[in-house]
Design a protein around this ligand. Structure first.
Ligand SMILES: NC(=O)c1ccc[n+]([C@@H]2O[C@H](COP(=O)([O-])OP(=O)(O)OC[C@H]3O[C@@H](n4cnc5c(N)ncnc54)[C@H](OP(=O)(O)O)[C@@H]3O)[C@@H](O)[C@H]2O)c1
Length: 312
């Protein structure tokens, strides 16, 4: 269970800042952590919360930020709080025109989508992309970034008609309601049996064979979660017959230097899109920190579209 408690205000160490949290994004791993299935990495706070936005109120040594700077930050834990430590290198300025709530919804989804879609998935200009869970925090980000940065032909899966229309309004050429249709069949129909070049997958085991079938020659499958299960049996020849790549990554345990490199890329390539309103964080609801349990309930029931944000 989640309950509020008092902790001492943390002190920033070398390369860290202390953020007075104005808003904090809620993510699926927070639920796993609450259940004891996803312990924070060594050295990270045991308080949940992987992303915040707020004002820097104290700085450690070797930090370019100043007290008073407004930032959003990717953190390894500790976001569900009034004050939270963040590595200076994974703080980013709040894009002009966005408020703290919108900014708090950026780091986890934008870092993840950047590194998996463009670095691991190597999505190229005009390619076809399938995004599973298109209406989620990751999905809504992937649909928008693939369109804005690669003019990709984006397909998405989701579990309701409301989510299907939302994904299409956001830029998906077609969203497929997986409750009603077989996504592989539909996709092959929509792409003249060619399939897609890249798939961003969060379902894992149960979708593996269908994903491989849905990929075009030289296609890349990027697995970032196993919401449906971690095991699968597949027919291997399609990998070499179609020269497929199966890859994936997880953000939280990456080295700080890797995360800092992603932050620099986002600042250069994605922050201008946010400032020009070509891409936007999708906020489903904002709740007070005391209602963190309600935020988890909504997420667990997949009621949301986009992100849920807590406000201390
Ligand atoms: N590897 C990494 O670095 C990394 C980083 C961040 C997040 N993640 C993981 O990525 C996943 C997505 O994150 P998120 O923030 O987008 O979560 P989210 O907001 O909960 O979105 C997940 C979406 O998947 C949909 N979904 C559920 N079952 C599905 C199925 N069988 N087929 C297609 N869609 C299905 C859900 O709604 P509907 O079923 O109603 O459509 C929901 O919209 C999570 O598991 C998260 O832990 C991984």
């Amino acid at each position: 269970m989640l309950k509020l408690s008092r902790r001492p205000r943390p002190k920033p160490g070398y390369g860290e800042v202390l953020v007075q949290v104005k808003a904090c994004g809620v993510n699926r791993p927070d639920i796993l952590q609450r259940k004891g299935l996803y312990p924070p990495p060594p050295g990270a706070s045991d308080i949940p919360g992987l992303e915040v936005a707020g004002t820097i109120c104290e700085v450690g040594k070797n930090v370019k930020w100043r007290v008073g700077d407004k930032v959003c930050a990717l953190i390894a834990g500790g976001g569900y709080a009034e004050y939270c430590l963040a590595p200076a290198q994974t703080c980013l300025p709040i894009p002009q025109g966005l408020d703290f709530i919108q900014a708090a919804a950026l780091p986890e989804a934008f870092f993840t989508v950047w590194t998996n879609l463009f670095e691991r998935g190597r999505l190229k200009m005009g390619e076809r992309l399938l995004v599973h869970g298109g209406a989620g925090g990751i999905g809504t980000t992937a649909i928008q970034l693939a369109g804005a940065l690669r003019r990709a032909e984006v397909y998405a899966t989701c579990g309701s008609e409301a989510k299907r229309s939302f994904c299409e309004a956001l830029g998906a050429r077609k969203a497929i309601n997986y409750q009603q249709e077989d996504f592989t069949e539909r996709l092959l129909e929509l792409t003249a049996s060619e399939g897609v070049d890249v798939i961003l997958d969060i379902i894992g085991g149960p979708y593996l064979q269908a994903n491989l079938k849905s990929l075009a020659t030289d296609g890349r499958l990027v697995i970032i979660a196993v919401q449906g299960g971690a095991k699968s049996e597949i027919h291997l020849p399609c990998i070499f017959l179609k020269r497929l790549t199966v890859t994936g990554s997880t953000l939280r345990n990456r080295r700080l230097t890797d995360k800092a490199a992603i932050a620099r890329k986002l600042l250069k390539h994605v922050w201008p899109l946010l400032e020009r309103r070509e891409v936007r964080p999708i906020i489903y609801t904002t709740l007070p920190l005391e209602q963190a349990a309600e935020a988890h309930r909504i997420l667990e029931n997949y009621e949301h579209i986009g992100k849920i944000v807590l406000v201390p």
